[in-house]
Ligand binder design. Sequence first.
Ligand SMILES: [Fe+2]
Ligand SMILES: [Fe+2]
Length: 423
Amino acid sequence: MSAVKTFANRYGPKFVLLTVTGRLFFSTCILQHFLFDFLTSVACRLLRGKGRAGRICHVLFSRVLQQHLENSYVTAWKPVFCPEEIVKPEDDVQLEERFLQISPNILESFPRFRPPVNLHVWDGELGSVRLLAEAGKRLSEKRQEDVSSHCRAGNLYLDRRDYREYAVHLSQNLGLVLVEQDLNQDEVAEIFYLALHRMLSVFFEQPIAGRLRELQRDLSILCEYIWIDPGRTEFLLKTLDKHYDAATHGVNCTFVGLGVFAMRFRTRLERTNLNHLALGLAVHDMGMSMVPGFIRDKEGILLHKDKESVRRHPDLAMGMLTRLKVTDRIVEQCVMEHHERLDGSGYPKGVRGDALSLPGRLCGLADSFSAGIAERPYHSAGDALEIARQLLQQDSRYDKGMARALLELLKCGYAGCGVKPAT
Ligand SMILES: [Fe+2]
Ligand SMILES: [Fe+2]
């Protein structure tokens, strides 16, 4: 403030008053930069002429004022001049509905100087929530300290309207969802969806060992999350997307397959390493990336030779797994058997009956279900319950117990509709 006073004493209080008032009124509104620059420019030019001294004066004056006002006035005046920023929750419940508390763990994952989302605090004096730091804007050291101390006091919030950006940030730091208490199960499911979709997209684009490791890391976090409480799979199923692309299909199959496995083999879940199953479900169609694009994207009926090309994708995937040094049996079974059927009508080997492995049956069911609910050029997206019913009726081709578990999970959630769990 001393710099402003010095300037006022030396060059005349009217101009300073004019610029300060302009800054206060417009600091939080769209035209702030234009108006502030215009006013300071006029003031400085009147004071010092149009030369170099005027320009230096303008720059210095702007910097000093901007820094000072950012730190002291903006937060106090903003609610007055931009009333839409004021949020006055009536009680704690309303506060929680609209705002999500940010824990120190999450804050630590943010870039220190530029938070990825707007940060808010509860202001007891105003009786409202006010903006403390804007997304993407550089924070001064003092403001960082403010943010940290509010966070430690449990008084740092995210507006749920900004949730999408927050979810994207967490999906890039997935381990946080295991320790974060304030996220509900729907929110965590969406974060897993975003994370796995991104990981699968980059892996299918370039299936190399480094990207596979990153995918495995995120899948193991998902498995840990399910292992703690298998009932969480019902929330994962709510995120299924009808858009059809390789990554979406991979995520849908992973969520459906793990959900059915958790539902059908509850007691076995505890002693199963889910990681291999999750990887098999996620990458079962990786061989499709080696099928020519014009065949993959072809609309309408495929020619015989095109079908032959598509039917090679399990073998192509096996070659890729070998190059990536993935030798786990469960992953191989998902890749090789997801188009095999119990009656021997599938491909590539026509395996039938008991020879069809459990991961192969599971992946086959998840694959057919995910294909059925997807929007394709030659068929519209099917209703999830209807598709699950149709698969249950085809008990000569699909595992009946698994198909029933899928229908139960979709209809009644993990608690089921009264079917006895398998032992
Ligand atoms: Fe396939
Ligand atoms: Fe598939």
